[in-house]
Design a protein around this ligand. Structure first.
Ligand code: ACO
Length: 427
């Protein structure tokens, strides 16, 4: 591609530089466009707009590629651990043995919450959604760590990032415990990150809790698969909140709020509900017919993706993981058979083939999480736990970027133009 794009607006033609990344589409740099032409660009939903420069995550939706710092998600899910992936996202390189050990120790030392926060939980109704609790508690952490407001100090930023990654499992597990009326289980730092979370969620003080290694590995893999995903809605929210200089706990609370929406983090719950509703393989054709019917709003949940138009590489790992978990826990839930057959039938149907609709990460994740014992309300909370590393890595990257400015989109105004104020008795 040429290194400038000519854009003509009326009788004005401006040359806008074209920037190339290491891979992926070039971008037209329109930062001076308004100054040169007096016009804004318009792109609701950011479908053609790169909002920042980033070195963290690359997605090629046509090829079904997802890379973190250059490493394929399938390789990380199969061969790495969530802790290692966190280190990679935060620091840019995979750690050596010693670096990994030090990082794990650092995270382990920050798993406890200030005891005062237990009182904060008690202010919520017992039936509060875990995401409501998480938004509140993570935002409240700002009050406990005033040093985290020094966001231009890289050391303070890294401490805040470690605190957030370390405390999210404790916060999520406590939200669950509170909802079921069981006592909070304190972290046991002799366990792995994921094993510790399982024990804090499912353990009770009256009995020893043994971590099932297959479940621990499966959940760790789910965390890896959700660790980061480029400039999605919640990540962009974190960046936008952070661009004003807000402290990191407030920014991550904003990300959690955005993730909560059903179009973002809530789809795995919808996919599981759909599979349960189908119930038996014989009923699949009826649901496929409904998904294809233009007059029926029904869609196959867990199918399709805005970016992936070949396959979602995370779904492949998920499918394999369901099998392992079902075997290890001796689960005999027909929902998995329904999912497998639904996938097979849809992928051989011209409607789904032509529209490039494939299972996404959410198609199988609800099935696994439910088999492990998580209620559906916890699904998005687990997503938030795993995505925290992506959020903090992106936030760190944004603050260290010299080109960073406060995020301030413009608009196409279509409201009334100036009109005279009319006193209330004259209206
Ligand atoms: N079932 C049936 N038809 C579908 C489905 C589906 N799941 N998804 C898309 N289509 C059809 C649409 O009806 C449309 O058909 P048309 O061209 O004849 O009008 C065409 O495929 C394109 O669909 P769009 O909605 O325009 O595609 P978009 O990229 O905007 O949407 C989305 C992507 C929202 C994920 C969509 O595929 C969908 O609703 N899927 C189900 C929900 C889901 O699984 N969401 C999780 C996404 S992954 C994540 O967020 C972590």
């Amino acid at each position: 591609m040429t290194d400038t794009a000519k854009i003509t607006l009326g009788d004005k033609t401006v040359d806008s530089p074209v920037l190339s990344g290491t891979v992926g589409p070039d971008v037209v740099d329109i930062r001076k466009f308004y100054a040169q032409t007096g016009a804004f660009t318009y792109d609701p939903g950011f479908t053609s707009t790169a909002s920042c420069e980033s070195q963290l995550t690359y997605i090629d939706g046509d090829e079904g590629v997802l890379l973190h710092r250059g490493y394929a998600i399938g390789d990380l899910a199969e061969q790495s651990s969530f802790m290692e992936t966190c280190y990679l996202l935060l620091n840019g390189e995979l750690p050596n043995g010693e670096e990994l050990q030090t990082f794990e120790n650092t995270i382990t030392r920050h798993t406890m919450l200030h005891e005062q926060l237990a009182t904060f939980y008690r202010g919520f109704r017992r039936d509060a959604h875990p995401m409501a609790v998480m938004c509140g508690v993570v935002g409240a952490l700002s009050a406990f760590y005033p040093d985290s407001t020094e966001i231009h100090d890289p050391h303070q930023r890294m401490i805040a990032s470690h605190r957030l990654i370390a405390k999210m499992p404790t916060i999520a597990a406590m939200a669950y415990k509170y909802s079921v009326g069981q006592p909070f289980v304190y972290p046991d730092n002799s366990l792995s990150y994921t094993g510790n979370f399982l024990r804090m969620t499912f353990g009770v003080p009256a009995e020893p809790y043994e971590v099932n290694p297959v479940v621990e590995r499966a959940l760790d893999r789910i965390f890896i698969l959700h660790a980061d995903h480029e400039q999605n809605a919640s990540t962009s929210t974190v960046r936008l909140a952070g661009s004003s200089g807000a402290n990191p706990f407030a920014c991550i609370a904003a990300g959690i709020a955005c993730l909560w929406g059903p179009a973002h983090g809530g789809a795995n719950e919808a996919a599981l509900n759909m599979l349960r509703e189908i119930g038996r393989p014989e009923r699949i054709p009826e649901y496929i017919a409904r998904a294809k019917d233009k007059d029926d709003p029904f869609r196959l949940m867990g199918f399709g993706h805005r970016v992936y138009k070949n396959y979602d590489p995370r779904a492949t790992v998920m499918q394999k993981t369901v099998r392992e978990v079902f075997e290890a826990l001796k689960v005999n839930d027909p929902v998995f058979e329904v999912a497998l057959q639904l996938e097979e039938m849809a992928l051989s149907d011209p409607y789904f083939v032509e529209k490039k609709l494939f299972p996404n990460v959410d198609f199988y994740s609800g099935v696994i999480l439910s088999a492990i014992g998580f209620p559906t309300t916890m699904f998005t909370a687990l997503f938030a736990l795993a995505r925290t590393v992506g959020w903090v890595a992106q936030w760190n990257e944004m603050i260290s970027d010299p080109a960073q400015k406060i995020g301030r989109p413009r608009q196409l105004y279509t409201g009334p133009t100036h009109r005279p104020y009319v006193a209330v008795d004259k209206r």
